[in-house]
Design a protein around this ligand. Sequence first.
Ligand code: F6P
Length: 508
Amino acid sequence: MTGTGTLTTPLAKVWTKADLLDFIGANMKGVRLIVVSNREPYSHRHTDSGIQCMQPASGLATALDPVMRACGGVWVAHGSGNADREVSDEHGRISVPPDDPAYTLRRVWLDKQLEDEYYYGLSNEGLWPLCHIAYHRPRFTQRNWDSYRRANRIFADAILEEAAGEPAFVFIQDYHFGLLPRMLKNDAPNLLVAQFWHIPWPNRETLRAFPWKEELLDGMLGNDLLGFHLRYHCANFLNAVEREVEAKVDRAHAEITRGGKSTMVRPFPISIDFEWHNDASQGPEVESAIPAWRQRIGVMPEFLGIGIDRLDYTKGIPERLRAFDLFFENNPEYRGRVGFAQVGVPSRMEIGDYQEINNEIDREASRLNEKWGSGDYQPLHFFRGEYSQTQLMALHRLSNFCMVTPLHDGMNLVAKEYVASCFDEDGVLILSSFAGAAQELTDALMVNPFSTDEMANAILHAVTMTPEERHRRMRRLRTAIAENTIYRWAAKILMTLLRMDSAESGDS
Ligand code: F6P
């Protein structure tokens, strides 16, 4: 149909951006790629110094932007910036990145009520807690589900307009679009549709609580290819389908057939641009951002730990602060010697549970500092706000260890970014065993984030670890990420789609 038939690049290699570009050049001539996500990769906002183009603090956008730069094509996303309409054409289109245009961003407009009900309501008060199982009760209302359906339809129409009746690969991102694949396939069977679900998929007992599970599963079975981070999430999905809808589940091939149409279910653990992080973290820009952190922190402790998270209840931030409290209780000799810098990026603040987690973090932070601070020494430095990649790398550079301890996470790219910044192989990663990244980063200090004792012990291990052990662990962690880059993730998905495409058109 669209691809060039036989694939020219084997997968067992380290994938760089140049490799992906070569692969696309050799195999994807004539293939049109349409990426879909709720969050846009670039947003335009009014500021005191005029309209500014920003890149949102989103793992998804950060991961896919380099891929789109390499592939070209169209990215369809919700236009959420308050100056977006002013800079887009009458179809909501704009070329990005602004300083070096490589692909088209097609913005979809949603009114405030629809955004409240589809994005904050169904997606983030319903599906988010349901899939993360982080002891936050999901909320479901018929009104939000209707808006979710309506928003999916609006996106479907924009995509169909972009495809203009021609074949294309449509690559949908995340849990905001469970119904979109079926809508697209019904209206344009010539589209090859794939979806990547960036958050966990829950076990079937948990999914039972979702009132519209059949419609959701049916929507997702409109995909030709459905990806999750982990094999475990794929297995949960197969179990759910088997239980809830009429379909044939072929476990050996991880393939589901419903109504004569089949969906392949596969794990694709997402990653980062390792080479870029590794190089940039050694560069002059990062170097010159370090003094500002020293100034913000004031008296530098002998050992500095860091945490970088969106302010989300799944990230386990209060639990982490309680672990510091216990660490000082158990090891008072470290008072004054160990400090922790926590960056918290505000997120989804229209939702009550997010306002509460912010308040809880503030309470725990004050408690910790009141109890263990003295004179100039403050054990915790909490930085609420958005920081650039350069600033975050500077913080990586300044630290001795990093805590990534979510209660549950699909992957968690912060863990991978920290490791990529440790170019001198000196640094310790404390990682939750409930982050998807734990499957690959097995040389981290693994913790159960629900166990305060385990986390306090891990902090002690981090600050007492011998240089030999630090280097040995970090070297292995870096190898794991260098071998599985974001470009490999993208290549694996594109290769799978190309194979499906040529099988369909009888090429083989
Ligand atoms: O982890 C899931 C996810 O949707 C990411 O894909 C995204 O980077 C992050 O949550 C932030 O979400 P939002 O777009 O709602 O700010």
